[in-house]
Design a protein around this ligand. Structure first.
Ligand SMILES: Cc1cc2nc3c(=O)[nH]c(=O)nc-3n(C[C@H](O)[C@H](O)[C@H](O)COP(=O)(O)OP(=O)(O)OC[C@H]3O[C@@H](n4cnc5c(N)ncnc54)[C@H](O)[C@@H]3O)c2cc1C
Length: 268
């Protein structure tokens, strides 16, 4: 057996788990259904080395003021009756010196996170925890496939912006319509295709899979990152590994949400 290190092997980095109480200082609708919150607070020690990292955002029951809790062996320990709902969000950008972080929320209309995003204003509080770790994918691949729906836009956007100049990237992203498309500042060699649901509910179409099936993909060894509705992610993964010859170790398919089920992300 060779003991040489695979330069393409993903690297796991652990971070100290820390909770932070932040305050909204700006709210911007970057598209009609994607709301960006700039939050300020103690960002000392914040680290997010991977584009697909997530923080936990805590949403407290009606009438309970957002607050920090001690971290025990099984995570944050809140008093009975004050236990918040938790959902995962991608650190889109941050500045430790200024003590700020941007989080982008899809306004999909149902659930504690989307509900918070619909109603939060300047001065609203949000408790976040993590990221507890990062998965760093080396920039050692011949090209990169990125696919996902709106929930993945922050992670895909980060990847597109963080990959080095000239990296070949094929991105296929599903959004509601042209108004939901985002543009990215990048010096990668990016081929970006948006597919539109045009009124079909999120999570009910095969637009991403169909677009990837129809695509002529570049030659060489690729790393694929797929994220969004769970069934979509799984179907794209199966197509890439079974029909397109992708190395399963170089395909990460994350379920960011599951149609019809609250708080249902898959292990990632
Ligand atoms: C690693 C990771 C990173 C993520 N990053 C982001 C991010 O940066 N921005 C972001 O907006 N989301 C992100 N998500 C997805 C987000 O955590 C889920 O969409 C979550 O379910 C939202 O919680 P909620 O309280 O609004 O809805 P829930 O209470 O979880 O669900 C209520 C209902 O809404 C449905 N639902 C959930 N999400 C959507 C959706 N997007 N569109 C339509 N229906 C939906 C559910 O199927 C359910 O029927 C991420 C998820 C993971 C795992």
């Amino acid at each position: 057996m060779s003991d040489s290190i695979d330069p393409r092997a993903p690297i796991r980095v652990r971070h100290e788990t820390r909770m932070r109480l932040l305050e909204v200082i700006a709210v911007n609708d970057i598209t009609p259904k994607m709301r960006r919150f700039t939050l300020r607070g103690d960002m000392e020690g914040f680290a997010s080395a991977g584009h697909a990292d997530h923080i936990k955002a805590f949403f407290f029951p009606e009438g309970v003021e957002p607050k920090l809790a001690p971290i025990g062996p099984r995570g944050a320990e809140f008093a009975e009756g004050e236990r918040p709902e938790m959902r995962d969000y991608t650190p889109r950008s941050w500045d430790i010196a200024k003590g700020i972080i941007d989080l982008d929320f899809v306004l999909h209309g149902d659930g504690p996170a989307s509900g918070w995003a619909a109603g939060a204003t300047i001065g609203s509080k949000l408790v976040i925890g993590g990221p507890r770790g990062s998965l760093v994918i080396p920039a050692a691949f011949d090209w990169y496939l990125l696919a996902g729906d709106e929930t993945a836009l922050p992670a895909l956007g980060r990847r597109i912006e963080e990959l080095p100049a000239g990296a070949k990237v094929v991105a296929i992203i599903e959004v509601e319509d042209a108004a939901e498309e985002q543009t990215f500042v990048t010096s990668t060699d990016l081929s970006l295709t948006y597919v539109h649901r045009n009124g079909a509910p999120a999570g009910t179409t095969s637009l991403i899979l169909d677009a990837i099936k129809a695509a002529t993909l570049p030659e060489g060894v690729a790393y694929a990152y797929i994220a969004g509705e769970s069934s979509m992610s799984k179907s794209v993964r199966a197509h890439l590994t079974d029909d397109r010859g992708f190395n399963p170790e170089y395909v990460k398919a994350a379920g960011y949400w599951l149609l019809g089920v609250a708080d249902a992300q898959e292990p990632h």
